[in-house]
Design a binder for this molecule. Sequence first.
Ligand SMILES: Nc1ncnc2c1ncn2[C@@H]1O[C@H](COP(=O)(O)OP(=O)(O)O)[C@@H](O)[C@H]1O
Ligand SMILES: [Mg+2]
Length: 416
Amino acid sequence: MKSLYHRIAALLVLSIVSVVGLATFAASRVLEPPDAREILTPVVSQMRLTLALITTDRDGAIAAGADLESRPPEGQYHERLTDALLDMLRQDGIHMQALVNKTSGTPPMMASVRTPDGEWAVFRIPHRAPPSDWPYILGGWMLLIVLGSLAISFFIASKITRPLELLEGAAERIGQDGRLPQIPEEGSREVRATARALNRLSARLRSALESRMRLVAAAGHDLRTPMTRMRLRAEFISSDEEREKWLSDLEELDSIADSAIGLVREETSDAGPELIRLDLMVGLITEELARIGFSVCLDHLGQATVLAHPMALKRALRNLVINAATHGGGAHWTLDTSATDAILTIVDAGPGIPEDLLGQVFEPFFRVDPARRKTAPGAGLGLAIAKEIVNRFGGDIEIANRPTGGLLQTVRLPLA
Ligand SMILES: Nc1ncnc2c1ncn2[C@@H]1O[C@H](COP(=O)(O)OP(=O)(O)O)[C@@H](O)[C@H]1O
Ligand SMILES: [Mg+2]
């Protein structure tokens, strides 16, 4: 009952059923069973006539339909109606034995009066009681109301919550690139208005994102020229030590500008994916990194084919493995597959990342300890770029500390 849809439906059902239930109760109160006098009036006048006829012409009375028996019909004695009957007869000046009893036949009630000859004249009491199967009828009636109100309520609830569903669906379909797919502007007025608002929001977001990207790329680019000039000038610094410092700082600046441009390129890239033998790529990366001096060890290599852009995916995986090799002091990685995904795990035995900072690792320019830059160069963009790429191809990266120390990075990519 968590969703608004179910709550609205439940509220509607509850209100319909309780209103109809109350109305039924009120109606049943107002429509009380007819009172005894009303039921017996025709019977009493019939009795009066019949008794008069019997005393004068018994055979004529029988021929006219009078029912004369030696004793009253079998059946349970009805006290309330009997009292009322005696009362009414007495008012008419008839002081005779009389009674009403319930029989098993139709009509269910019979009135009998004792004639002066000791016979019993029996009269049918018109049937005015509620039908004997009233519990079933009432049950059916309530069931119909509940079913009807359920159908109506779910229909109305779905209409009411449609704009919200639209919002939820749109939010879910926001791509990994932060783009909102176009929503068709059709349906009721509220739905159209919601769709239009979402589409406007999406357009604004897109243009804001693009202008931010352009800005970062332009800044990265424009830095290049003054940096080249500075590098030239640094060459003229006479002190060797001083010159080295300048050149190393400039190199770092260069790598930051490079990564920034790289991130923008990944975020705005539309490069189409192709089928990649992930195991071959993993083997290659291991070899390449080992050759240039990183401590990388491939522990297990399953076979997997994924759909991605080879250059981009390679960059992403390299970033993760290099992190484990540099920040973590040595990378061990494995490639496995599940029913749907290729699963790469990269572990190291380094310091890991403080738990409270784990949520920020994918943010651009995030570094656990900016002072560590001296020992491990980097701009803090490696993970941001890797995530961008892996997400683009439908996968995701998870980063967690290992209980035994060090970091565990898990990459999942859907199998092709
Ligand atoms: N395997 C790791 N072990 C410990 N810290 C790590 C590891 N990988 C990443 N980090 C931390 O996350 C930060 C961000 O990583 P990254 O985005 O690759 O940037 P960079 O490597 O350029 O600093 C790193 O600066 C480092 O502090
Ligand atoms: Mg890095």
